[in-house]
Design a protein around this ligand. Structure first.
Ligand SMILES: [Zn+2]
Length: 256
């Protein structure tokens, strides 16, 4: 089976699990299955987009073998307009634990573990909750229905105890993993953060670039936002966990 064929099967599985009651999903599934059965043996005959001409709905380099997340409906344009960058404010417990927690809480988002592995358990035309109370100019309130969530596993803001930094759950963070923001800078609130690992940050940027390249008509880097930008005062992620401010990240993406 080629990668593209596997992507289609993930979409089929998602529709059967989550959207079977919708007649349009049944049509999509039939069309995708027909496309898979009709695809020739010549690899060049195989399209890189789904049988219906849509863009890929599953990231080719994400791990996808997880229980389905809770979708709240379809994006108005069939794909997210951008993304919200988060940290989990929890332990770096790996993809399986991260996705299990997400499913339990009925949220929906990508998870990136400390080694830069990416977990996806939803189809990219389906939105779910991740940002809570939020708003942004041009998007209105409740940005989860427009933007896909990306949760990067990191402890969040740290407390200084003597000469060490501790997570809110009492774990000491090695000095090399601490980033101190001395004063508020753009979206970054002043304070100490557990920094994203280098591989996490590389995976985040790779995922954002793929999300845009896969559907540049809809996904716009100007809508790659921090949770602290869409819920200012209430949320402080990614803040100083990311090695740059969100405006700097957007600029880096635009130039890439
Ligand atoms: Zn968040």
């Amino acid at each position: 089976m080629t990668k593209e064929e596997k992507e289609k099967l993930y979409t089929v599985r998602w529709y059967v699990r989550e959207k079977w009651s919708e007649p349009s999903a049944q049509d999509e599934v039939l069309e995708m299955l027909s496309g898979l059965l009709d695809s020739g043996s010549n690899p060049e005959d195989r399209p890189s987009v789904s049988a219906t001409g849509q863009k890929l709905l599953w990231c080719p380099f994400a791990d996808k073998d997880f229980p389905a997340g809770k979708s709240r409906g379809s994006y108005a344009r069939g794909y997210p307009l951008g993304a919200v960058v988060h940290f989990t404010a929890g332990r770096r417990s790996g993809l399986k634990a991260g996705i299990d927690e997400q499913v339990r809480n009925k949220f929906l988002y990508f998870v990136i573990d400390k080694d830069g592995n990416i977990g996806q358990n939803f189809s990219l035309d389906s939105w779910g909750y991740h940002a809570g109370e939020s708003s942004y100019p041009g998007l209105g309130s409740g940005v989860s229905r427009h933007l896909v969530g990306i949760e990067v596993q990191a402890a969040g803001m740290l407390k200084k105890v003597g000469s060490t930094y501790k997570t809110w759950y009492g774990e000491t963070v090695p000095a090399a993993d601490v980033r101190v923001i001395p004063r508020k800078n753009a979206n970054q609130e002043a304070g100490a953060y557990q920094a994203y690992t280098k591989t996490q940050e590389e995976a985040l940027i790779r995922l954002l670039k793929w999300l845009r390249e896969n559907n540049p008509e809809v996904f716009d880097y100007k809508h790659v936002l921090g949770h602290d930008e869409v819920s200012p005062g209430r949320k402080n992620d990614p803040g100083g966990a990311l090695s740059m401010t969100m405006p700097e990240l957007r600029e880096k993406l635009q130039k890439a």
